[in-house]
Design a protein around this ligand. Structure first.
Ligand code: FAD
Ligand code: MLT
Ligand code: ZN
Length: 474
């Protein structure tokens, strides 16, 4: 047993230091099955103090550390490289709800707590934690923070950064920053909290957080609506907002091709419309009470849409089961894409008003590169965030498609660049998009990020190869 492993086992217990391929396997491949890494060890500390001790040991041995939560990253962020030098640090055993303050509307949790558990704990306390995404049954709060996750309720409640008040972080040298405050106002210097959120495990290991809670919405109204395309969906978004204001909680867009793919691969998904539309949106309103009133408001908004020629067909959920069936379609898309084969995935954002134009321009650009290619487009339209996925043309050789992927990504990201958009709206750069960073981020931005990285992790041990491309300065 090498010294590093022996020291880690001495602090964490041998049962929490995995060195065999069998034990390590679940931690070494990403959810998409795109990245397969190797590790010197996979460790599972059980407390912040154990994380700190492990970080000190790894620093002494100059061993790189890859923090891992639920391993649901869509950008290969939590998968080690193939060198076998890294230690994967799993936060899975830091899984306690530390405190719920129903008066202050906050919840304090360990970073390894699964998102769905936080939602349930808030619910049990008569409160609501709004972050919601397809992976909520396995992703963790630490991963949500490190990736600044978005999901389907950003429209109303914001991203993970906006839902967070305090953080506890272990630095690369093992020092612990205790920023676990429940303050909604605190003007005492640089917002270190916001620096760690979205840092993808490259600046520190998040071990705890204080999150905002909200009043529980007791009323929901959902509709599945056929539209002609992204432009009509955008106009409908405006009309629904005019009628429903902040009650609008979700506005999820899917093209017809995306719907066909879902129905092809997700057995229990059923189209709630008479015919396959060009495109569809899933609309959800929520409020404290008065479900009937909320549904009337939704019906009125859809009537406006029909009158304006935007709504071509619509189904309004009559009960919770129907609403869940609508969401089953939407949340089935990631799985359907994986079953269909290797997609070129893009997670982009832009000003909301530029989205229809973007879809048209990107479609034209990718067809110029690969005639017959199949864009699968869906996403959080109200946030300006689309998942622009590409599948090979009918009968196209997967290897030939894979060879085209870098050029396809370049033309998609060029269209984003023209609209001053982002090449990662919510999934993170990880290792999937790191090679694009020099082309998409201004040199000054990269220089400042490298200087911050060097300040907090001078040896470059935290999640190497992720987020930041190699520095051109040193
Ligand atoms: P991991 O995958 O384990 O890690 C993600 C990144 O965070 C890695 O860089 C890792 O090193 C780092 N990290 C993890 N834990 C810590 C920690 N405690 N401290 C420091 N760094 C850490 N994302 C969205 O934003 N919106 C969606 O709608 C959405 N839908 C999804 C649907 C499906 C089916 C799947 C599989 C994924 C989806 N995702 C979505 C992506 C993913 O779930 C999120 O990025 C999630 O936040 C990752 O959490 P995790 O615990 O699985 O993190
Ligand atoms: C989603 O919105 O479903 C996700 O972000 C996942 C994906 O892009 O596949
Ligand atoms: Zn998404």
């Amino acid at each position: 047993m090498d010294d590093l492993i022996a020291e880690l086992a001495g602090v964490l217990g041998e049962a929490n230091v995995f060195v065999t391929p069998e034990d390590q396997a679940p931690f070494l491949t990403d959810w998409l099955g795109k990245y397969h890494g190797a590790a010197r060890a996979v460790i599972r500390p059980g407390s912040t103090a154990e994380v700190a001790a492990a970080m000190r040991i790894c620093a002494r041995h100059a061993a790189p550390v890859v923090p891992q939560g639920g391993n649901t990253s869509m950008s290969g962020g939590a998968t080690p490289d193939e060198t076998g030098k890294a230690v994967v640090l799993s936060l899975a055993r830091l899984n306690s709800i530390r405190d719920i303050d129903a008066v202050g509307n906050t919840i304090t949790v360990d970073a390894g707590v699964i998102l769905a558990k936080v939602q349930q704990a808030a619910d049990a306390a008569g409160r609501f934690f709004p972050l919601s995404l397809g992976a909520e049954g396995s992703c963790t709060i630490g991963g949500n923070l490190a990736a600044n996750a978005g999901g389907v309720a950003v429209l109303r409640y914001g991203t993970m950064r906006e839902l967070t008040l305090g953080l506890e972080v272990v630095l690369a040298d093992g020092r612990v920053w205790d920023g676990l405050t429940a303050l909604r106002k605190d003007n005492t210097g640089y917002a270190l909290r916001d620096l760690f959120i979205g840092s993808e495990g490259t600046l520190g290991v998040i071990t705890g957080a204080v999150l905002k809670l909200f009043a529980q919405p007791h009323a929901r109204a959902s509709a599945f609506v056929a539209v002609a395309g992204a432009a009509a969906a955008l106009s409908l978004l405006g009309a629904v907002r005019d009628r429903c204001g902040d009650r609008l909680t979700a506005f999820e867009f899917m093209t017809g091709d995306c719907l066909s793919l879902i129905l092809r691969h997700i057995g229990d998904a059923r189209l709630p419309l008479a015919a396959m539309p060009q495109a569809a949106v899933l609309i959800e309103l929520s409020d404290q009470d008065d479900e009937a009133g909320l549904r009337e408001r939704l019906e009125a908004a859809l009537a406006d849409g029909i009158e304006a020629g935007l709504v071509l067909d619509a189904a309004i959920a009559q009960d919770g089961a129907q609403a869940r069936a609508f969401w089953r379609i939407r949340e089935g898309v990631s799985e359907a894409l994986v079953r269909e084969g290797k997609a070129a995935k893009h997670d982009v954002s832009m000003p909301v008003s530029a989205m229809a134009d973007f879809v048209a321009a990107a479609d034209a650009a990718v067809h110029a590169v690969a005639p017959g290619i199949s864009p699968i487009v869906f996403g959080h339209l109200g946030d300006g965030n689309l998942h622009y996925n590409l599948l090979p043309a009918e009968g196209q050789d997967p290897a030939a498609f894979a060879a085209l992927a870098p050029e396809l990504t370049r033309v998609v990201h060029d269209e984003i660049g023209r609209r001053r958009g982002s090449i990662s709206a919510e999934h993170g750069i990880g290792q999937l998009r790191v090679s694009e960073m020099p082309r998409r981020k201004a040199p000054l931005e990269l220089e400042l990020m490298h200087q911050l990285k060097h300040l907090l992790d001078p040896a470059g041990l935290l999640n190497p190869g992720k987020l930041l491309p190699p520095s051109t300065k040193n």
